[in-house]
Design a binder for this molecule. Sequence first.
Ligand SMILES: [Zn+2]
Ligand SMILES: [Zn+2]
Length: 429
Amino acid sequence: MAQDSFTACLECGLLQRIPEVPTGGSAQCVRCGGVMHRNRPDSLNRTLALTIAGLVLFIVANGFPFLAFEMQGRETQTTLITGVIDLYRGGDWPIAAVVLFTSILAPGLQLALLLMVLVPLAMNRTPPWLPVLFRWVRTLVPWGMMDVFMVGILVAVVKLADMASIVPGASLFAFAALIFVLAAAQAALDPDLVWSRVPITGDGTRAPRRGEDRVSCDVCELVIPPAAAVRDGDRLRCPRCRDVLHRRKPQSLQRTWALLIAAVLCYIPANVLPIMSVTSLGSSQSDTIFTGVRFMLDHGMWPLALVIFTASIFVPLLKLLILIFLLVSVQRRSDWRPRQRTRLYRVVEAIGRWSMVDVYVVTILVALVRLGNLASVQAELGAVFFCAVVVLTMLAAMSFDPRLIWDAMEQGHVGDRERTFGASLAGSP
Ligand SMILES: [Zn+2]
Ligand SMILES: [Zn+2]
């Protein structure tokens, strides 16, 4: 398995040899410090068990109401899907679509596809559709936001506590357990192990010769000479996972700028326009994100105010600023602290999804509080723009290629890459 002894770091692009990693240990990139491989004990069996448990919990969590809202003898109950349907009926289909995708479809599909990948592997089979499904599992991971949704539920419950009594439903417990099971399944999964079971077609098993040009797959991390890639029109595909091969993410800077500018344009109405309006005993009142935070502060709910301020105002702004800084620094070919800049990129990728909390709070309030003039909540236009900010900044972070940070420096030291490559190759048997 000569090709497996070399891996290109996904964050800085450096080609290196991953040493034997002890069980439970991990290997880090020598240049940028990114984690390149983790050796998870009994990965496939544990992930399969957790996936099956996750699917059972997913069905329970979606089949029963998760909260009931009681006010003056009247009660409304909410399941995940009725929350989405209420938003859709209220004319807020963009939010309904995002909530449907992130809280139901992405986690559900992720579990179902994972099952379809792991069951054949457990029987020592690799059907031809397996690589495509596993690529989808990896794509869906950042969009499954059940943990963020749970924080949204907690915020909504505290907000409503003075107004009415909130009764947790059976599925709330399944929901909470599912978050832990999903996280455990992701932690147990060793993608390198799955890819090592997928056969490589054609010439792909030949490792690049010393000094020979090579290209690495961003999905399964196979390193091959370009001649060994599968030709598909004018594109090259990976002979293992069939993903399109690129040296760097295509048009990374242009795409990231475009998405970022769109996000900045949406950020303004997201903060100026009301995100929801509350009707209570006939009188109606609208809230922007900021007045919502101030209301919580005035009523002594400062931990909640802090959560919403951080997730909805601070994090989106921080993401925008960091991404703009990274883009400008790459375009100026800066060699300032590449390791720290790569770390900043990791931060942006990790925190982005948490901004969704307020969107979920609005969804849950709309779904729970629907007693007409007595008490009801509607989502307003600001929430649509806010939702757009979160999605656009996540897409912007995904289209930015952190390897560009390092490319600018390598161009200053011609031959450096070849030297590193040669040195690691010389060390191989
Ligand atoms: Zn690296
Ligand atoms: Zn591949």
